[in-house]
Write a new protein. Structure first.
Length: 482
């Protein structure tokens, strides 16, 4: 592993957005306590928030720029009234001495305090440097460091929950358990190769089970990780149906807002209208589409083509019907068309159940496609009946039901995939070797090499195997102050 450079200087940064009512400046380093004592007039206690004044000396030689013209005496000037909290190492986010200043958020105040810190030998932190120091000082592993960024970027409750689980060590524990088994196996394999005449049959005979178990557990994580795009970008949900079955009304009901125009005129929606919502904590991109029917209108035809294209690329399709009007021949043709497109996760939904019991419509749908219809959701967009159950079905359909562990970081998925490929190669060598106890030494060495490569890939996730270049690539995604 390449040597990682550690930082011994003192850093600071504004960790809140510019222009807010309150600005928080955080600082870290072995020498920040003397700086805090010099500029802050209040009490300084570990993990205690105290009131005081931020002061700085206005130097006669021009140390404070334009402010010097009004106060050229070298006396102390009050920069702001503030709240300060000090964190004594190692009991801080970075593992170093830290302090945070809660200031008034004006640009002039933040600039003046920043100048005061700079004049005392502190420098502006680089992007992600606080979290990088936390990693280098052993306060968190690289999975948890990645989770900090994922938590900052999370747009929904589920995204935040997944990041918090990683921040609390959930993924680290899973990967650590896999690493532990592989490290034990690798050490036994190394001993067997060093003393081939004493090679125990049990070591090689147990190898396929050890490898296949690790492969299975890694694949489970990869499968969960494939939800990464959904967590970040949102699952795509397409609403299909003939004109006037309530597609736009369903969009509005799911959004709890009047986003789409709703009228009794067929063909009101002619193009795809896409909106992103938080559905049970999940990011979902809903596409309201043009009503699908036979038409000679050129514009409507384009809208229908786009509607079918949306359905083909969606993670879930809501096929909507009007329960008060019954199932028409147009509905039957639509069912056959959508089933022929091999769309993913089709949910059959009957709307307007406040106007009818919808039983006849449900039975007819089951007769049209008995092997495909399954459970039918009955709803009323007008009254809200059945919408909660429909939301739950959508969440389950896209594979993100409550409680499922998620690997949300693309880098983790890449490393897991590479580790899985190495272990599959090792398992393949055993399968070709016939009796494991009769494997040749060169073949055993190839297995050991593949296992070592897999451990390296897993180590890149946790940070056990990491280079300066990789750290720079990870932390440059962070904003300054994190």
């Amino acid at each position: 592993m390449k040597k990682i450079n550690t930082c011994n200087d003192n850093i600071f940064a504004l960790s809140t957005p510019v222009g807010g009512a309150i600005a928080v400046i955080r600082a870290s380093g072995s020498g920040v306590l003397p700086v805090l004592r010099e500029i802050f007039s209040g009490r300084i206690e570990h993990r205690q928030l105290n009131y005081g004044k931020i002061t700085d000396r206005i130097e006669p030689d021009g140390g404070q720029g334009e402010e010097r013209k009004e106060n050229d005496t070298g006396a102390l000037a009050v920069l702001d009234e503030a709240m300060a909290v000090y964190f004594r190492a190692p009991h801080s986010y970075t593992g170093e001495d830290m302090f945070e200043l809660n200031l008034h958020g004006s640009y002039s105040v933040v600039s003046a305090v920043s100048r005061a810190l700079t004049r005392r030998g502190m420098r502006l932190a680089e992007a992600g440097e606080f979290t990088k120091r936390a990693f280098l000082n052993g306060k968190m592993d690289l999975v948890q460091a990645d989770a900090v960024m994922d938590l900052i970027n999370a747009e929904t409750r589920r995204g935040a929950s997944a990041a918090l689980e990683q921040l609390e060590g959930g993924l680290s524990r899973r990967i650590g358990a896999i690493e532990e088994k592989l490290l034990d196996f690798a050490s036994e394999l190394a001993a067997a190769m060093d003393y081939p005449e004493e090679m125990e049959d049990e070591v090689l005979s147990a190898a396929p089970e050890v490898l296949n178990s690790a492969i299975s557990r890694i694949r489970d994580l990869i499968d969960n990780g494939n939800c990464n795009k959904i967590i970040r970008e949102g699952a795509k949900l397409a609403i299909l149906g003939r004109p006037n079955v309530g597609k736009s009304s369903l969009l509005n009901a799911l959004m709890n807002a009047e986003r789409a125009i709703v009228t009794n005129i067929a063909g009101t929606t002619r193009d795809v209208l896409e909106e992103k919502i938080d559905l049970l904590g999940l990011p979902v991109r809903i596409a309201d589409t043009a009503g699908i029917h036979e038409t000679g209108d050129a514009v409507e035809k384009i809208g229908i083509e786009r509607a079918l294209h949306e359905a083909a690329s969606a993670e879930c399709v809501l096929l909507l019907f009007d329960g008060s009007a019954g199932i028409t021949q147009e509905d039957e043709r639509l069912v056959q068309k959508v089933l022929g497109m091999n769309c993913r996760n089709i949910i059959f939904v009957i709307n307007k159940c406040d106007l009818s019991d919808c039983g006849t419509a449900a039975e007819k749908l089951k007769n049209i496609a008995p092997e495909n219809v399954g459970s039918i959701s009955r709803i009323s967009c007008r009254t809200g009946f059945g919408l909660d159950e429909l939301k739950q079905r959508i969440a389950e359909a896209v594979g993100l039901s409550e409680g499922r562990a998620i690997v949300t970081n693309e880098r983790h998925i890449e490393c897991l995939s590479a580790a899985c490929a190495e272990l599959c190669e090792a398992a393949e060598l055993f399968s070709k070797g016939g009796n494991a106890a009769e494997m040749l030494l060169p073949q055993t060495e190839l297995v050991a090499e593949s296992v070592g490569n897999a451990l390296h890939c897993l180590g890149e996730i946790s940070g056990r195997e990491v280079s300066e270049e990789l750290l720079d690539r990870i932390f440059e995604r962070f904003c300054v102050g994190k």
